[in-house]
Design a protein around this ligand. Structure first.
Ligand SMILES: [Zn+2]
Length: 95
């Protein structure tokens, strides 16, 4: 998951292990949020536990999320191209 810093807008990327560690810490401390320290400016970014839980669900659904997302985008582009082709064929038939 990505945490965009409220102060400097730098994005801190958390991998699955980092998210799991944050959730484990919140469970241990019974807190509903976790402070992500910005690597760029050092400010704490208070992040709600809901966001970490949601991120974990995403990781569980697709362990290789970035690749899957890229493939999904490629698939969508191919489908759009096919639809455009079909649409142009349909237009020709009407003439
Ligand atoms: Zn920052």
């Amino acid at each position: 998951m990505d945490i965009a810093c409220w102060n400097c807008k730098a994005v801190t990327k958390l991998d699955k292990a980092a998210v799991e560690a944050a959730v484990a810490k919140m469970t241990a401390t019974k807190l509903g949020f976790h402070d992500i320290v910005c690597a760029s400016c050092g400010k704490s970014n208070r992040t709600a536990r809901d966001l970490f839980d949601a991120a974990l669900l995403t990781y569980a659904a697709s362990p290789t999320a970035p690749t899957t997302k890229r493939e999904a985008t490629k698939k969508t582009k191919e489908e759009n191209a096919r639809r455009r082709e079909e649409a142009s064929k349909g237009a020709k038939k009407k003439k």
